[in-house]
Ligand binder design. Structure first.
Ligand code: SF4
Length: 279
């Protein structure tokens, strides 16, 4: 079973929920798909055993051949190529490595090279967690390329917990595309509600079952709960706004470390999900 943990907005406690769920259940593949800012390792403290570089194909142009590269620029859906006079410019951050330049460009004058966009780090953590993390190279925008590399390590017959990127962009959609259930983490504020509503729309469009965890319960107002009630969305758990939880968090300790009674809260989240999915 794959459970993705997402949030419409950063800083709501998505990673806290993913890590504490993994620690409470005790056995899983924990996968950090938040490749631009992976921080599950801060709480899980894995022993990294293997680091694999992830690269993409990128075209380069042999301008000394005098060939005309205008077809590459015309073809590129992402506007990653510009031809100005005899100059051809590649904007690498826009290139998706689709290989189109090679197909439509002048033969022998367009080549491809491997460009490293990041790393996948694999390790183990206690109690029985197999850990995987994508770490995007600074300046690279190829989040989905790195997430695709992580996808290859998923064992669907196991419990898989994915810490998604925040927001509702394509990298979030990629992180929930194969999940059986999505936990949406939010906070009870107008911003939290607005971004929760955006995430709910995405998941509904994708036909994914989901429930909500309200973090920092006690701040803000009751509009998130009202929204969930009005829309028949299950609130899986509420985590109180507690300065001690924040202190433990800032030291890289889990909520379960702070208060072992929270183990039951996270175990119950899994039970509720299994019940909804009739497992
Ligand atoms: S490889 Fe594809 S995305 Fe990259 S520049 Fe060529 S056409 Fe554009």
């Amino acid at each position: 079973m794959i459970i993705s943990v997402a949030s419409g907005k950063g800083g709501t406690g998505k990673t806290t929920v993913a890590c504490n769920l993994a620690l409470a259940v005790g056995y899983c593949q924990l996968m950090d798909y938040d490749v631009e800012a992976p921080n599950t390792s801060f709480f899980i403290k894995p022993d990294i055993k293997h680091i694999q570089k992830v690269s993409i194909k990128q075209p380069y142009f042999l301008t000394e051949t005098g060939a005309d590269f205008s077809k590459c620029a015309e073809f590129c859906h992402y506007n990653a190529v510009a031809v100005i006079g005899e100059e051809v410019i590649l904007f690498p951050e826009l290139c998706h490595g689709c290989g189109g330049c090679l197909l439509v460009g002048p033969k022998q004058a367009v080549r491809e090279k491997d460009v490293v966009v990041g790393e996948v780090k694999k390790g183990v953590a206690k109690p029985n967690i197999n850990y995987y993390m994508g770490d995007l190279r600074p300046g690279s925008m190829r989040t989905v390329s790195l997430q695709s590399a992580l996808d290859k390590d998923i064992i669907k017959s196991e419990l898989v917990i994915i810490d998604c990127p925040p927001g509702t962009s394509c990298s979030m959609v990629f992180s929930v595309k194969d999940c059986d259930y999505c936990i949406l983490v939010t906070e009870p504020t107008p911003y939290g509600l607005n971004d929760l509503q955006l995430s709910v729309e995405v998941l509904k469009d994708m036909g994914k079952p989901f429930g909500v965890v309200i973090n920092r319960d006690g701040i803000g107002d009751d509009q998130v709960e009202k929204y969930c009630r009005d829309n028949y969305i299950q609130v899986l758990a509420k985590i109180p706004n507690d300065i001690e939880i924040a202190r433990y968090y800032s030291r890289g300790d889990s909520i379960i470390d702070y208060n072992p009674e929270y183990r039951q809260v996270f175990e119950n989240i899994l039970k509720d999900i299994e019940k909804e999915l009739e497992l």
